[in-house]
Design a binder for this molecule. Structure first.
Ligand code: ATP
Length: 631
C-alpha cells in the first residue's frame, strides 16, 4: 500500500470508476509489467550508462559472494576433519609448517570475501543511490514536461488527478531501482546456489519447491487482494488525504478556525481511516494465518532436506564439509527463492503498477493540437474574432455551458462581457484561448478557424488574467515576469508593467522591492492583500504585449476606485489591440466600446452602455440594482 500522506489533493468528483485499474489483473496486464520494467531500465540506461552498468556489475559480483563464502567454509571444515587424526598442531606449524598452510590460505580467503562483500555493498549502495536520484530528477522533469502538453480537460478530471498523483509519487521513489536490481541479483544468487545443489544433491531441489511454492502462491494471492483493496478505496483514500490537508493547510486555516471545523474534520478523518484500516486488518489477519501454515511447511521441507543430507553423510556419500555446505546452501537458497518470488508478487501487485501510471502518463496525448500545416497568427489582427454558433459542454457534463453563441470581437475594440454567475463568461475565454475546443460551431480569427493556427503562436498572442490567477511563491519581479517569462531580466519592462497596473506602489512598500519573495509559502516571504495580489497579476497583462488582452474579473478584490483606474489605464494602453473586460462593476463596464450581455450561455443583448440602458432589459435591471446600492 502506498503511504497515506497529507499532500495537496483535490477533492474527487463523484462517479469515478474505482475498478480502473481493476483489482484482479489479467495475464495480459502482467505481460505489460515486463514492458514497464524494460521501460524503467531503459530510462536508467539513458540517464547514465556508466552508473547503470556499474550497478549491475556490482550486483552480479555481490550475488556470487555468498556461495563462494559457503564453499570456502566447506573446504575449511573438510581440511580440519582431514587434519584431526594427525593430532594437535603446534604454533610453529601455523607459522612455517606445510601442514596448516592451505588452511591458513582458506581462512584468509574467507576473510577476504567477507571484506569484499562489505565493500561491494557500500559502493553499490552509493552508486544506486546516485543513479536513483538522477532517475528521479529525470522522471520528474519529464513528468513536468508532459504535463505542460496535456489539455486542461485532463487536469479537471478526477481520475486523471488520482493517476497523476500516483505517477508523481513514483518519480520521487528511488527505491524502485534498487528493488529491480536486487531482484536481478537474487536471481543470479539463486542460480549459483541451485547449480551447486544440483551437482551435489539434485533431490534436495524437490524439497525446495515444496518449501517455497505454496508460500509464493499465498503471497501472490494476498498481494492481489491488498492491491485491489487499495484501488477500490482510492476515493476514500484521497478524501482521507484531503481532510488532513484541509485541517492543516494555510489556505483553509482561517475558515477552519472561525467555523470551528477541526473537530468535524478530525472525526471524519478518523472514521474514514478506521474503515480503511479495518478492512486492511482483516486481510492481514488472514494473511498471517496462512503465512504461518506455509512457513511451517517450509521449515518441514528444510529439516527433511537436512535429514536426507545427514543420512547420506553417515552413509559416507558426503564429507562433513559437504554437509555444512549443502545445509547452508539449502537454507540460503530457499530464503533467496522465497525473496525472489515474494518480490515478484510485490512488484506485480504494486511497485510496477505505480510505474505503469507513470509511463502511461508519459504516453498520454493531448487532443488540442497544432494542425499539420498551421497558419501563422496574423500580427496585427486585421478583422478580429467571430463566434459562429458556438456550443460547448464540459467533459462529463450533460449541460451546455454555452450554446448558439454568436458575436464578433472587432480588431482594436474594447468589449466588456457581463452576465450573472454561471452565464458562461469564463467558458468563452477558455474557448478563445483554445484551452477547450467547441463541440459545435467555430471560432474564426481573421476569417480562419482558430484550429488552423499554430497553437503556441496563438496562445503567445493572447494575454489573459483569470479571476483565479496564480499567486506564485516567487519574487515580485518574477510574479510579473511570468506574463512574458522570456523578458524576466528586462527590469525596465517589468517596472513599466507594474506602473500601469499600480503594482509599483505595492512593490515600493516591500522591504526588498522587486526582489521581495511574495506569499508566506517560504521563509522571508511577505503576504499581500487580495487587491495587492491582483495589481501584481494585472501587471502580467502589460508584460504580454498581446494582440488580444482579456481581464477575466481579476479585479474583484480591488476597491471601486482602483478597479476604475485599472480599467481606464488598461483601455488607454490597449489602443489598437483587441481587449475583453469581464466585470460585475458597471462603473468599469461602461468604459468599453461595446458591452455583451451573456445569459444561459448565449448573447442576450449587445450595444454601448447607453444603448443597453435604453433597451431596459437585463443589463438595465442589473445596472439599476447596483446603482440603487449606492444611493
Ligand atoms: N470545469 C468545469 N467542469 C464542468 N462544468 C463547468 C466547469 N467550469 C464551468 N462549468 C459550468 O459551466 C457553466 C458556465 O461557467 P463559467 O465559469 O463560464 O461561468 P461565468 O459566467 O464565468 O461565472 P462567474 O461569473 O461565476 O465566474 C456553469 O454552469 C458552470 O457550472
Amino acid at each position: 500500500m502506498k503511504s497515506q500522506n497529507c499532500g495537496n489533493p483535490q477533492p474527487t468528483a463523484p462517479g469515478h470508476d474505482p475498478s480502473s485499474p481493476p483489482g484482479v489483473r489479467s495475464t495480459e496486464r502482467r505481460l505489460g509489467t515486463f514492458r514497464v520494467i524494460a521501460l524503467y531500465v531503459a530510462m536508467a540506461w539513458r540517464t547514465s550508462r556508466y552508473l547503470t552498468l556499474s550497478s549491475l556489475l556490482l550486483r552480479l559480483a555481490d550475488s556470487l559472494v555468498p556461495v563462494s563464502i559457503l564453499y570456502v567454509g566447506k573446504l575449511i571444515i573438510d581440511d580440519v576433519s582431514h587434519q584431526i587424526p594427525y593430532g594437535a598442531p603446534v604454533l610453529s606449524d601455523v607459522l612455517y609448517g606445510e601442514r596448516l598452510h592451505p588452511l591458513a590460505l582458506l581462512i584468509a580467503a574467507g576473510f577476504g570475501l567477507a571484506v569484499i562483500t562489505d565493500v561491494l555493498s557500500r559502493v553499490r549502495s552509493l552508486v544506486e543511490g546516485t543513479l536513483g536520484e538522477r532517475i528521479s530528477v529525470a522522471l520528474t522533469a519529464l513528468l513536468m514536461e508532459r504535463a505542460a502538453t496535456l489539455d486542461l480537460k485532463d487536469f479537471e478530471d478526477a481520475e486523471f488527478q488520482a493517476h497523476l498523483e500516483a505517477a508523481r509519487e513514483q518519480t520521487t521513489d528511488t527505491m524502485t531501482l534498487s528493488g529491480l536490481f536486487s531482484q536481478a541479483a537474487s536471481i543470479v544468487k539463486v542460480m549459483a546456489f541451485a547449480a551447486a545443489l544440483l551437482i551435489i544433491a539434485p533431490w534436495v531441489m524437490v524439497l525446495l519447491l515444496i518449501a517455497v511454492v505454496p508460500a509464493f502462491v499465498g503471497e501472490f494471492y494476498f498481494n492481489e487482494r491488498r492491491y485491489s483493496l487499495d484501488w477500490s478505496r482510492i476515493q476514500e483514500r484521497r478524501e482521507h488525504d484531503y481532510l488532513c490537508f484541509t485541517a492543516t493547510s494555510v489556505e483553509a486555516a482561517k475558515e477552519v478556525k472561525i467555523f470551528g471545523l477541526s473537530r468535524f474534520l478530525i472525526s471524519r478523518y478518523v472514521a474514514l481511516a478506521r474503515q480503511f484500516y479495518t478492512a486492511m486488518r482483516k486481510l492481514e489477519v488472514r494473511n498471517e494465518i496462512w503465512s504461518g501454515v506455509f512457513t511451517t511447511l517450509a521449515t518441514m521441507a528444510y529439516y527433511g532436506a537436512y535429514a536426507y543430507i545427514v543420512w547420506r553423510t553417515l552413509q559416507g556419500d558426503f564429507t562433513v564439509g559437504d554437509l555444512t555446505f549443502l545445509a547452508g546452501s539449502f537454507l540460503q537458497l530457499s530464503k533467496e527463492v522465497e525473496t525472489v518470488l515474494f518480490r515478484f508478487a510485490g512488484i506485480f501487485a504494486s511497485e510496477v503498477e505505480y510505474l505503469n501510471y507513470l509511463f502511461s502518463f508519459f504516453q498520454r496525448e493531448p487532443e488540442i493540437l497544432t494542425p499539420e500545416n498551421p497558419l501563422p497568427v496574423p500580427s496585427p489582427v486585421r478583422e478580429g474574432f467571430v463566434f459562429e454558433d458556438v456550443g460547448f459542454r464540459y467533459p462529463g457534463s450533460e449541460r451546455w455551458a454555452v450554446r448558439g453563441l454568436n458575436f464578433e470581437l472587432l480588431a482594436g475594440e474594447v468589449v466588456a462581457v457581463v452576465g450573472e454567475s454561471g452565464a458562461g463568461k469564463t467558458t468563452l475565454v477558455k474557448l478563445l484561448t483554445r484551452l477547450y475546443d467547441p463541440d459545435e460551431g467555430r471560432i474564426l480569427l481573421d476569417g480562419k478557424d482558430l484550429r488552423e493556427y499554430d497553437l503556441d503562436e496563438l496562445r503567445n498572442s493572447i494575454g489573459v488574467i483569470f479571476q483565479d490567477f496564480v499567486r506564485y511563491a516567487m519574487t515580485a519581479n518574477d510574479n510579473i515576469a511570468v506574463g512574458r517569462i522570456t523578458a524576466r531580466k528586462d527590469g525596465d519592462r517589468i517596472e513599466r508593467a507594474a506602473e500601469c497596473s499600480q503594482a509599483s506602489k505595492v512593490i515600493g512598500r516591500l522591504p526588498e522591492g522587486y526582489d521581495q519573495m511574495l506569499g508566506n509559502g517560504f521563509k522571508g516571504g511577505v503576504e499581500l492583500s487580495g487587491g495587492e495580489w491582483q495589481k501584481i497579476a494585472i501587471a502580467r497583462a502589460y508584460m504580454r504585449n498581446a494582440e488580444l488582452l482579456i481581464l477575466d474579473e481579476p479585479t474583484a478584490a480591488l476597491d471601486a476606485r482602483s478597479e476604475y483606474e485599472v480599467f481606464r489605464r488598461f483601455k488607454e494602453r490597449s489602443k489598437g489591440k483587441t481587449s475583453v473586460l469581464i466585470s460585475h462593476r458597471f462603473s468599469s463596464v461602461r468604459m468599453a466600446d461595446r458591452v455583451l450581455v451573456l445569459a444561459d450561455g448565449k448573447v442576450e443583448a449587445q450595444g454601448t452602455h447607453e444603448e443597453l440602458l435604453a433597451q431596459s432589459g437585463r443589463y438595465a435591471e442589473l445596472f439599476e440594482l447596483q446603482a440603487a446600492g449606492f444611493r
